[in-house]
Write a protein that binds this ligand. Sequence first.
Ligand code: 5GP
Ligand code: MN
Length: 317
Amino acid sequence: MRIIDELKDAKTIALGGHIRPDGDCVGSVMGLYLYLKKEMPAAEIDVYLSKPAEIFNCIAHIEDVKSEFNTDKIYDAFIVLDCSEERLGEATPIYRKARKKINIDHHVSNPGSGDVSVVEPKRSSTAELLYEMMNPDLIDEEIATALYIGIVHDTGVMRYSNTSPRTLQIVAELIKFGFDFSKIVEETFFEKTYLQTQIMGRAVLESVRFLGDRCIVSMVSRRMMDFYRVTPKDLDGIVNHLQSVKGVDCAIFMYETGTLEYKVSMRSNGKVDVASIAMKFGGGGHVRAAGCTMNGTYHDNINNLSIEIAEQLSHTD
Ligand code: 5GP
Ligand code: MN
């Protein structure tokens, strides 16, 4: 399916993605925005996202993103990328009012929440899926950069198992545009501020292994975040770091979002299906990377998750 086929009569279009937007979310939303501005120059196109991290300022026209969601506007089409309706946050009412709802995603936990839904869990990223829905002749350096960032972030720089031969073919097409991909990978994916590195160190230091050292967990409290002067955006990457410990099949990282409320991130090497566990607690994601929000004390949450993980591990060697 070409995206344009679904937008033929649309004069006003909105694009949106999930709360706490990650690289794939920002990259795919901005890639599609830049693309549609070229393919449909007469259309009015608005982008709604909660404020992206500063590392994404290298994406062209990122300043066009609207992070104020108060509008009475009824759009001809609203395209939700990289999530289902539930994770749109404050943009949900705008989506619900739209004349046509389109949902493009790659999360196995997304049943599809549009009048038109394209959900392909085998795709590495929403950015990869979007590339297939675009006319390649219209892709330029700015669009390619945005899509490249999406793919890089969701594949951990083309090394997670969601990377397919097709992913790499698309990456090859994208880097032909000549942008400085090495700098983009360094500055958006690997580089951390000193404070981000410090809080990661603290989280690693305080981590605990359980279930015969096959699981690892750590937590950052609000007090710790205040002390290191960091926000949730600064905690990206901690859970991946925990998962890279030898012998660990499943890593859990939580940070406190409110009184007895934690945002939970999980990673696995494939032996545990963390998407199914996250879904049991109202979240979702992929088999090897998923998340949810949990209420209760830190230890209660670990206990509840560990019951599910132990159940799954008991079926493996
Ligand atoms: P992360 O741990 O990096 O926040 O997220 C890992 C994966 O799980 C991402 O694909 C993300 O979109 C998904 N995910 C994280 N938290 C939630 C959640 O609360 N609900 C759903 N449906 N997906 C989530
Ligand atoms: Mn994604």
